[in-house]
Write a protein that binds this ligand. Structure first.
Ligand code: ADP
Ligand code: MG
Length: 401
């Protein structure tokens, strides 16, 4: 006996991964039919395949349609149409930022102005800026998206031509100004002066500004205090990613790349990638080409061992030191560096690296790799040492094999 609203609850029992994908659909269910409205064409094709292979005996007619997008008005500048609210996956860690962005897009200049979005790379800041732009544009607002570097280059051109007034006008006359990669304001004094002017002008007239940066305004280097205090004068909000949201994103991307949404594949991708959606997308593309690469376990163990031996020797430690539980700075550093090398040079999964070092959870290895990456970005001397170490390790491994 099938009651009226059981498509999702039945799927929940049958296949919870598919159920979580179908939750992104609008479901209209009657006594003898289910109508599924997919968020995009890709989702529609995925659903049709899924129904054909898994839901033939469902007992009701299932129809699938793709949602029709509203035509865009042509007044937007530099907007990428592929980044929308519809295809942004929402979970615990980004629900708030999503909600705020949607509100700003629907009612620009009203509640959070400026809106300052910050957080590590690959977590959807640029995506959200374009989503705001696309939404506001479709509602008839005049929108402009620009990254700070382009803004700066354009300013220089206008100054050279002697008509900086036109530049100011162009940027002051929009309803929504979306400024990306604000961290690149560092040390660009003239750009900061011009941006401040535009800022004051727009703010006085309740025009919306949305900024995205890889760090909090307080951590911006060589940016004038008055500009920073303006950035902090509205709403500051951080983008983040948790495991559950990450898993939903992996599912969505598998569909978009036409791969099976299969538990084993999802786990494999989860364990081999960090909290960075760009990295996840890149990894899924490589899975699409190469499949799930599994080297025999013994071979991998032997190579991890070589990396550990090599790193230990470089830091004048014993290999077994690196597998020891300790807070000793020198050993912790060497351990993190060898985990990083296992990932970057050998491409071994986070979970397996963690296991080798006696940890149950892959996040230990993930954390180590992120730490090393951070230090490479921030410390030039360390970066040089690492590139030397990486080169010597590759030579060492080549000689061994
Ligand atoms: P950032 O600007 O924070 O570095 P991007 O906005 O460029 O990150 O995101 C990197 C890639 O990841 C883009 O292709 C984007 O569409 C995708 N992405 C990031 N977050 C999400 C999400 N929550 N749902 C779907 N795709 C996402
Ligand atoms: Mg970005």
């Amino acid at each position: 006996m099938i009651d009226n609203n059981n498509f999702l609850s039945l799927l929940e029992k049958l296949d919870k991964y598919a159920a979580s994908v179908f939750k992104q659909f609008k479901v209209e269910e009657s006594k003898d039919m289910v109508l599924l409205i997919a968020p995009s064409e890709e989702y529609k094709n995925w659903a049709l395949d899924y129904i054909k292979s898994k839901l033939l005996g469902f007992g009701k007619r299932i129809e699938v349609k793709a949602k029709v997008e509203l035509p865009k008005r042509p007044s937007a500048q530099n907007l990428l149409e592929r980044y929308t609210f519809d295809n942004f996956v929402v979970g615990k860690a980004n629900a708030l930022v999503y909600k705020v962005c949607l509100e700003v897009a629907e009612k620009p200049g009203v509640s959070f102005n400026p809106l300052f979005i910050y957080g590590p790379v690959g977590l959807g800041k640029t995506h959200l800026l374009h989503a705001i732009g696309n939404k506001s544009t479709s509602l008839g607002y005049k929108v402009l998206y620009v990254s700070i570097n382009d803004f700066s280059d354009e300013m220089v051109k206008y100054i050279k031509k002697g008509n900086v007034e036109d530049f100011r006008k162009k940027y002051s006359q929009v309803d929504v100004l979306l400024l990306d990669d604000v961290q690149f304001l560092s040390g660009k004094e003239r750009t900061q002066v011009e941006l401040f002017r535009i800022f004051e002008h727009m703010h006085a007239r309740d025009k919306q500004m949305v900024l995205a940066s890889d760090r909090h305004p307080k951590d911006l280097k060589d940016v004038s205090d008055r500009l920073i205090s303006r950035f902090e004068g509205g709403l500051l909000i951080e983008v983040g990613l948790d495991d559950e949201t990450k898993l939903s994103i992996i599912k969505q991307k598998l569909i978009l790349y036409g791969l099976p949404v299969d538990n084993k594949v999802i786990q494999y991708i989860h364990e081999n990638t960090g909290y960075n959606v760009r990295e996840i997308e890149g990894f899924i593309k490589s899975v699409k080409v190469k499949g799930l690469e599994e080297k025999p376990k013994e071979v991998r163990r032997a190579t991890i061992e070589s990396v550990v031996n090599f790193t230990a020797r470089h830091f004048k430690l014993k290999p077994e030191d690196l597998r020891r539980e300790t807070k000793e700075r020198k050993i912790v550093n060497a351990k993190q560096i060898s985990m990083y090398m296992c990932k970057v040079v050998l491409g071994i999964s986070y979970s397996e690296i963690a296991r080798y070092f006696g940890k149950k959870d892959h996040t230990t290895a993930l954390y180590a790799v992120k730490k090393v990456e951070e230090k490479i970005r921030e410390d030039r001397k360390f970066a040089l040492m690492m590139s030397f170490l990486e080169r010597s390790l590759r030579e060492y491994l080549n000689k061994k094999s």
